[in-house]
Design a protein around this ligand. Structure first.
Ligand code: SF4
Ligand code: SF4
Length: 58
């Protein structure tokens, strides 16, 4: 199980931050991900316009 971001693709638009239901994401210089808060729900992955986020569930 993993949450990954490609910072070369990310536009820093903040879209993933605003849709995360558990406030696990924060926009600073890059997107900061708090794995303790993340449920791997995949909402941020779907919301990203450039497919920069990859959520893997096993
Ligand atoms: S997978 Fe879900 S809980 Fe985790 S950062 Fe994305 S939107 Fe938030
Ligand atoms: S929605 Fe995608 S492009 Fe926008 S800040 Fe999040 S990861 Fe970056």
């Amino acid at each position: 199980m993993a949450w990954n971001i490609n910072n070369n693709k990310c536009l820093r638009c903040g879209g993933c931050v605003s849709v995360c239901p558990t406030a696990a994401l924060e926009l600073r210089d890059n997107i900061i991900h708090d794995e303790k808060l993340c449920t791997l729900c995949g909402v941020c992955e779907k919301a990203c316009p450039v497919e920069a986020i990859k959520v893997t569930k096993k």
